[in-house]
Ligand binder design. Structure first.
Ligand SMILES: [Zn+2]
Length: 145
């Protein structure tokens, strides 16, 4: 896992957590319709049911659904550019908008297996590394020139 030093903290609380065992997306699951969704919310976005429970996903079995490269830093962003950005699909169909650890679009392909990780996006004033969740090619980047 890259950029996951002991002193790292999430860029935003409540979206993901991580420790020595790995990274988990903090999701909700709806008892009424069975859908999982991200980020967490008190009401299901699919059926408006309010019987939702906290669930987590380790991102296992994710595949790449869409991707691009971000070449200009968004306002307030202190990390490096370019960086990869896109959508991955979890088993069951939940799609996650995410950083992608590979910035070169040509190195990625539709349906590529992806794994959840964290990626550094800046450093706090006190020197703490700030990380965001990200997806990386599960088998590394292959077929790269
Ligand atoms: Zn629902």
């Amino acid at each position: 896992m890259s950029g996951s030093g002991r002193n790292a903290r999430p860029v935003v609380e409540g979206l993901f957590d991580f420790d020595a065992d790995g990274v988990r997306l903090l999701m909700s699951g709806c008892a009424a319709c069975g859908a999982d969704f991200f980020p967490r919310a008190p009401v299901c976005p699919y059926c408006a049911g309010s019987d939702v429970a906290d669930v987590t996903s380790a991102g296992t079995g994710a595949t790449l659904w869409a991707w691009t490269a971000v070449n200009a830093a968004p306002p307030g962003y202190g990390g490096s550019v370019p960086y990869g950005f896109g959508v991955v699909e979890l088993p069951g169909g939940v799609r996650i908008v995410t950083r992608i650890t590979v910035a070169d679009p040509a190195a990625l392909s539709l349906g590529m297996p992806m794994r959840l990780t964290v990626d550094p996006v800046g450093i706090d004033d006190d020197g703490t590394e700030v990380v965001a969740w990200a997806f990386a090619p599960a088998g590394g980047v292959e077929g790269r020139a």
